[in-house]
Design a protein around this ligand. Sequence first.
Ligand code: 5GP
Ligand code: ZN
Length: 123
Amino acid sequence: MTDSCIFCKIVSASRNASVLDEAKATIVYHDEQVTAFRDTHPVGPTHILIVPNKHIESVNALEPEDEPLIGHLFTVARKLAEAEGIAKGGYRLITNTGPNGGQTIFHLHVHLIGGQRMRYPMG
Ligand code: 5GP
Ligand code: ZN
């Protein structure tokens, strides 16, 4: 947990209702490894952020021991896509990394976006 990190606050809020006021988020899934909540500025009918509960700054900070965690995070993404009814039609998973990647919150997260046909180019 990093005090200044909004996503750490949301992870903590999903465990402890007393801090919900500080970190407003609609939690859609939580387990011992990851938390998923709706993006405050959705770019599609479904826009969920899936984050590891432990603070990892970005893909650049991943260590080999994080591999099971990241695998689990993708399994959760698949289950949430099914729960949202977008699995069959398809969806997009995005992880922005660093300033040039468009990362604005420096707590690793995967965007699960779907419910509409995605446009190209990616940017
Ligand atoms: P990034 O640009 O780092 O890939 O994505 C950060 C995402 O977090 C953005 O889509 C932004 O809308 C979302 N976001 C930023 N602050 C909050 C917040 O306090 N709560 C929620 N639920 N989403 C947030
Ligand atoms: Zn964090």
